[in-house]
Design a protein around this ligand. Structure first.
Ligand code: FES
Ligand SMILES: [Fe+2]
Length: 389
């Protein structure tokens, strides 16, 4: 795949294979994978319809009958808590003509299709199909197609692929490497959303990019990150995931913490942990709070990013909670705004016919790990090998 057919620059595009070299020799990925509609379509097929995806918190559907209707990678899906209190996921595509049967979020005992009134219970089982009985068909065993789902630390994951790896196996390496990510003992303080005019991978990479922190975020948290020439102490996990943990003051988070220390962070310890789960999740823990980012592509050059801010129960009782949370959210918004400027410019840059992917810094190790996995999952490593022959 080569889009550089005019005004070829003097330096050759190093191609896909260059991401997998030793970091001292590695180069970033070709620009068109961030802007091509064909690549975005292939990503849906090869990534978003095959991977485990974190879609919401269990607490967002806390009671039997609660549901949320979502579009994940363009696929309409319902996540609901059925009458027995189990979290279930099923396609939001009516068995008659395909109209969506659930909208928004709410609580209901049945979903009624707005087109011809077929009715489904909270698990997606068909319980009524007016005027079909007369045709002699037996509709008693019909069910909206189920989507695999799993729960972890208060999060709901789904997978559209019935053949996908077992979730417990999938999450085990992350769980072992990040025992401090205890969101199961927290609840949502706020959910912030951002629309950024760039490819989803740029945000996934940026959230793992220690190189830009002291530059783009010099006015916020960047001043606390004094990263030297030594390799990052990151743990690189299977399937593109990675975790990093800092426990010394020179790499701490902002000391002006508005909330009490997390109960499981030791007294006297200055702590910050961060990780990624392929494809679109980035998670973080400071000393007082935890966060998780979900990145949802809205086309090659647009991403809807959701940032969950989570706190342990005790934090909700502090004096001036609302004001402190607002201060916290403003801080996250400010940091996100700093990134947004760089990321949207990055998108314009790779769209240029003159863009050539440059070399990586050792501070881009986690980002490289994610991209190596991406290239493999997309089959671009095969393509690179074919082109080399
Ligand atoms: S499309 Fe749903 S009842 Fe006809
Ligand atoms: Fe950033």
């Amino acid at each position: 795949m080569n889009v550089r057919d005019v005004n070829a620059p003097a330096i050759a595009d190093p191609g896909f294979a260059a991401i997998s070299r030793e970091i001292n020799q590695a180069h970033h990925l070709p620009g068109h994978i961030y802007s091509s509609p064909e690549v975005a379509k292939l990503e849906k097929e090869r990534i978003f319809l095959r991977q485990w995806l974190c879609v919401l918190r269990e607490e967002e559907i806390a009671n039997p009958g609660d549901y949320v209707a979502l579009r994940i990678a363009g696929e309409p899906v319902v996540i609901s808590r059925d009458a027995k209190g189990q979290v279930v996921a099923f396609m939001n595509v009516c068995l008659h003509r395909g109209v969506e049967v659930a909208y928004g979020a709410g609580n209901t005992e049945l979903f009624r299709c707005p087109y011809h009134s077929w009715a489904y219970n909270g698990s997606g089982k068909l319980i009524g199909a007016p005027r079909i009985k007369e045709t002699g068909r037996d509709m008693s065993k019909c069910q909206l197609p189920r989507v695999r789902s799993a729960l972890w630390q208060g999060w709901v994951f789904i997978n559209f692929d019935p053949q996908a790896q077992d979730f417990t196996e999938f999450i085990a390496p992350v769980e072992q490497a990040a025992p401090w990510y205890r969101t199961g003992e927290c609840r949502i303080a706020r959910k912030l959303t951002f629309d950024v005019a760039c490819n989803w991978k740029f945000i996934a990479e940026n959230l793992l990019d220690w190189y830009h922190a002291s530059v783009v975020h010099a006015g916020t948290f960047g001043k606390y990150y004094k990263l030297g020439p030594e390799p990052l102490p990151a743990t690189l996990l299977p399937q593109g995931a990675s975790v990093i943990q800092f426990d010394n003051t020179s790499r701490s988070v902002d000391p002006n913490l508005p909330f009490p220390r997390l109960p499981w962070v030791d007294e006297g310890n200055v702590f910050s942990g961060k990780g990624a789960i392929f494809p679109n999740i980035n998670f973080w823990s400071g000393m007082d709070s935890l966060r998780m980012w979900h990145l949802w592509p809205q086309g090659p050059g647009m991403t809807h990013a959701v940032c969950y801010i989570l706190l342990p129960e005790a934090a909700f009782g502090v004096d001036d909670f609302d004001a402190k949370l607002e201060q916290y959210c403003n801080y996250v918004r400010q940091v996100a705004l700093e990134d947004k400027g760089a990321l949207e410019s990055l998108q314009r840059g790779v769209d240029s016919a003159h863009f050539v992917p440059g070399p990586l810094s050792h501070l881009e190790l986690q980002l490289q790990h994610l991209l190596k996995h991406y290239v493999g999952v997309m089959g671009f490593d095969q393509e690179a090998a074919t082109n080399a022959r």
